[in-house]
Design a protein around this ligand. Structure first.
Ligand code: FNR
Length: 362
């Protein structure tokens, strides 16, 4: 389909479904177990409605923000997701180029299908990248990775903590995908007949004993700010704060890990109820991801106090469907939705989005 006929992110997913290989589609689209966590990521937004303001001048608006002090043209970033080459031969590099073109930050997966050197080479100028870390059972390997990331000039570490083991990804398992492309990691996994699939071929090296005390070890290797990815309740936001993290990404991993894990907008809502001080005083930055497909989804999270929102599958699907152009299209489409909805809400900058502009239905 002509890219000019794309009007929303669901259209891109539809095209991706048509053009991706069975293995690629199944790996990207896969969810854990019954898919309930994934479904609720999408449906949760329908419980949150706006309380817009009118008769405010909104001709000029500004959608830009900063994430960990890094300027971003939109309050969105590319959530780190593995194996972009399953969609397009240039893999993550298309996303790097596209992210630069639209002024947003890309998270690079530990399981990216391009090497970190290739991705770093694809940067333009001072283009900021964030590295997503899965800690290896062999801590020496992780130490080497962290040093390398520092040396390549990445801006932050996003430590994924919702995957001590991999969730049961059924679509992926059914496709029986074999690991056809290897990038950053060659460690492989325990690909038993039952757990065959792309995910399983990637996740065998994770340290399932990783815990809060390991943050001190990571800090002894790198001074980069640490964002904890995969926080799913208020108590763990408080611990992240206590342990000096720069941010938390509220996430259920796109519904790919624990089934019936909450949608990030619901975790954020609970945080807003119980610890508004953390959000209002920005004691750390709070981000969300999982199921964000519309400008209004993003604005709801910002009203409740999130700094920015990550998108995972939309960028993978777009890369698969249209390469770099598709990546840019995702930002254009959601950026335009954000701009329109800001005007309709009566705000001209993101800092004007307030909790009282959103209400939650039972
Ligand atoms: C992911 N995600 C992910 N997260 C992570 O920390 N490391 C990783 O390697 C991956 N890999 C990965 C692969 C694929 C195919 C998907 C779909 C997701 C999770 C990702 O960062 C993010 O949390 C979700 O994708 C957000 O949900 P949406 O936007 O895909 O609905």
């Amino acid at each position: 389909r002509d890219i000019n006929l794309i009007i929303n992110l669901d259209d891109i997913e539809e095209v991706a479904h048509q053009v991706l290989s069975k293995i690629g589609w199944s790996y990207y689209r896969s969810t854990a177990d019954t898919g309930s966590a994934f479904d609720s990521n999408i449906t949760a937004f329908s419980r949150y409605w706006f309380r817009p303001r009118v008769l405010r001048p909104v001709r000029e608006i500004d959608t830009s923000t900063t994430i960990l002090g890094i300027p971003s043209s939109l309050p969105i970033f590319v959530s780190p997701a593995a194996m972009a080459k399953l969609g397009h031969p240039l893999g993550e590099i298309n996303i790097t180029r596209g992210a630069y073109a639209c002024g947003i930050i890309q998270g690079i997966s530990s399981n990216a299908s391009c090497t970190v050197d290739e991705i770093a080479d694809a940067r333009q100028g001072q283009q900021p990248l964030i590295f997503q870390l899965y800690v290896n059972k062999d801590h020496k390997i992780t130490e080497d990775t962290l040093r390398k990331i520092d040396q390549l000039g990445f801006k932050a570490i996003m430590l994924t903590v919702d995957a001590p083991v991999l969730g049961k990804r059924e679509l992926d398992m059914k496709a029986r995908g074999l690991p056809v492309i290897r990038g950053n990691n060659n460690s492989g996994g325990e690909g038993t007949a039952l757990r065959a699939g792309v995910a399983n071929s990637l996740g065998g090296y994770f340290d399932a004993n990783l815990n809060w005390e390991d943050l001190a070890w990571i800090r002894s290797i790198t001074k980069l700010p640490i964002v904890i990815k995969g926080v799913q309740c208020v108590e763990d936001v408080e611990l992240a704060l206590q342990y000096g993290c720069a941010g938390v990404l509220l996430s259920n991993h796109g519904g790919r890990q624990l089934d019936y894990a909450p949608a990030s907008i619901d975790i954020l809502y609970e945080l807003r109820q119980r610890r508004p001080d953390i959000l209002d005083e920005k004691k750390l930055e709070v981000y969300c991801d999982g199921g964000f497909r519309r400008g209004t989804d993003v604005l709801k999270a910002l009203c409740l106090g999130a700094t920015a929102v990550g998108l995972g599958r939309p960028f993978l699907f777009a890369n698969g469907a249209y390469g770099e152009e598709g990546v840019i299209k995702v930002a254009e489409v959601i950026g335009e939705e954000i701009a329109t909805s800001m005007r309709l809400l009566g705000v001209t900058k993101l800092s004007e989005l307030k909790p009282e502009m959103v209400t939650r239905m039972a």
